[in-house]
Design a protein. Structure first.
Length: 481
């Protein structure tokens, strides 16, 4: 049997692509069967998303929430009937901290408060004040986050503010990652308004005049009563038998029907359209022969590795109130612990009565070698490096360590040029689509948006493909997602 579409990878990208594609195909040809299948190498759906109950604690192995500023995500949640289960972050988690010389320093909540806080030196704060008066950069330039930050805000802001922020999202290197690819909204502010400060003020005004909630700064983190696995679980549940687990794709090649996929058990399947919703490094290994150039380009996208350490404590074993979201540590602190979130302060229902839970990120671009250490050693590192700051006294009563060799793709300087090159190469392979967190955004919201966009493109392709006869083939569509 040949499929309309095969989707390789059952993470949130693959699940959402298949969900939206089935919706398109069913609406477009009522009564006809839509043949779409998701192939997932592991024995569960969700990829990085995964929620585990451990002794009454709810631990997240990957993302711990989504921001409510993405219309596609909110629509999807509603259409899956999950509105009632959504859980906003508790107001108690509004404050965020920075680790400075072993102490937790609160991050001011407003730019005005920033100017009077001690987070930056007087000179550093003066650098921020100058931002609106600094010249606009070259719009086309692809520069590192550190270069952008130095140019607009000064070196101290890079070290104290941008470096931990980048660590919190990408576990990456502020000198290597591309500002344009990692924070496109920020570069757009400079391009449109000449300054981040003016841009944010003008966008703030638009927002207060009712032009929508799209800024990450005004968004609220959300999860579900039973964790983020609720979302991937609902998508997978809806797809039902359209997902096959425990089957890894090993190679792909063009064939008369469209695309052929060879699997780890030796089986082969064919489809008119093939969506690779796996990390770029995995997709790279599937190519050979005429597509090997594509594989080589994909293999250049690197990843940070991290260990996520989830710990549960009795309330009496933690001296501090853990009032806030958590903290990040700038590189200058020299810690292997990159940061920590106080999960039970964000989502109180995620720890049992009389207990608190925390989640620390270890390793990243700063200390990749730490990720392979045994669980107990990682827990020791966290207790040693952060125990005094948050008043850890006793041993955890629940623990889980989740390791990622390839956690977050690193959009390094040149990433956009790489995407343009991939898109050009893909034109030679109609019916082949790439989606997932390796290309145009790493957040769950980004993956869902791209999944929807990919489904649109695949369904357009299938529509055109069905109506085209072999003598009048339309030019192949630009088909990267
Ligand atoms: C530790 C961590 C914390 C994060 N925190 C947040 C957060 O708080 N908020 C947020 O928005 N985002 C967060 N993210 C990012 C976000 O979770 C990911 O970018 C997103 O879930 C990636 O989804 P994906 O489907 O593109 O890839 P993945 O989740 O990696 O899924 C890919 C799937 O493909 C399968 N696969 C791989 N190779 C093959 C093959 N050959 N054949 C078949 N299947 C294959 C894998 O088993 C996997 O299931 C976090 C990520 C990590 C790692």
């Amino acid at each position: 049997m040949s499929f309309d579409a095969l989707v390789v990878g059952g993470g949130i990208s693959g699940l959402s692509t298949a969900h939206f594609l089935l919706r398109h195909l069913r609406a477009g040809r009522p009564g006809a069967e839509a043949l779409v299948k998701v192939i997932e190498a592991s024995d569960r759906s969700g990829g990085s998303i995964g929620t585990e109950r451990v002794d009454g604690f709810l631990f997240e192995q990957g993302p711990n929430g989504v921001l409510d500023n993405a219309p596609d995500t909110l629509e999807l949640i509603s259409s899956l009937g999950l509105d009632e289960k959504l859980l906003p972050a508790s107001p108690r988690s509004s404050d965020r901290y920075l680790m400075r010389e072993g102490q937790l320093e609160p991050l001011p909540r407003s730019s005005r408060a920033f100017l009077f806080s001690r987070v930056l030196s007087l000179r550093g704060r003066f650098g921020l004040l100058l931002e609106p008066f600094r010249p606009r950069g070259r719009a086309a330039a692809d520069e590192s986050i550190a270069e952008f930050g130095r140019r607009r805000l000064g070196q101290e802001a890079v070290d104290v503010l941008l470096d931990p922020m980048v660590t919190g999202i990408y576990a990456g290197d502020v000198e290597a990652l591309s500002m344009k690819s990692c924070f496109p909204r920020m570069t757009a502010l400079e391009e449109e308004h000449g300054s981040l400060v003016w841009g944010m003020m003008r966008r703030g005004k638009k927002k207060s005049s009712g032009e929508g909630k799209t800024s990450p700064f005004s968004a609220t983190l959300h999860s579900f009563e039973e964790g983020l696995g609720t979302l991937s679980g609902a998508l997978a549940g809806e797809l039902g038998e359209n997902i096959e687990y425990g089957l890894g794709a090993e190679s792909i090649s063009p064939c008369a029907e469209g695309w052929r996929v060879t699997f780890s058990d030796g089986r082969e399947e064919t489809a008119r359209a093939l969506v690779l919703a796996v990390p770029a490094c995995r997709a790279a290994s599937l190519f050979s022969g005429s597509q090997s150039g594509l594989g080589r380009d994909l293999a250049t996208i690197s990843y940070s590795s991290v260990a996520v350490v989830c710990l549960g404590y009795r309330v009496e074993d933690v001296d501090s109130e853990l009032d806030g979201y958590g903290f990040l540590a700038p590189a200058s602190e020299g810690l292997q612990t990159l940061g920590m979130i106080w999960t039970s302060s964000i989502f109180p229902g995620h720890a049992p009565e009389g207990h608190v839970s925390i989640r620390a990120l270890v390793g990243g671009a700063r200390f990749p070698e730490v990720v392979g250490k045994p669980d107990e050693e990682l827990i020791d590192i966290i207790q040693r490096e952060t125990g005094a700051a948050i008043g850890l006294r006793g041993k955890p009563v629940a623990q889980r360590v989740y390791r990622y060799e390839q956690a977050i793709p690193q959009y390094e300087v040149g990433h956009q040029a790489l995407l343009d090159g991939l898109e050009a190469r893909l034109r030679a392979f109609p019916g082949l689509f790439l989606t997932g967190n390796s290309y145009r955004g790493v957040s769950v919201n980004d993956c869902l948006r791209e999944g929807k966009r990919t489904a649109d493109k695949v369904s357009q392709y299938l529509g055109k493909d069905a109506s085209a006869d072999s003598s009048s083939q339309p030019p192949p569509p630009p088909d990267t997602a």
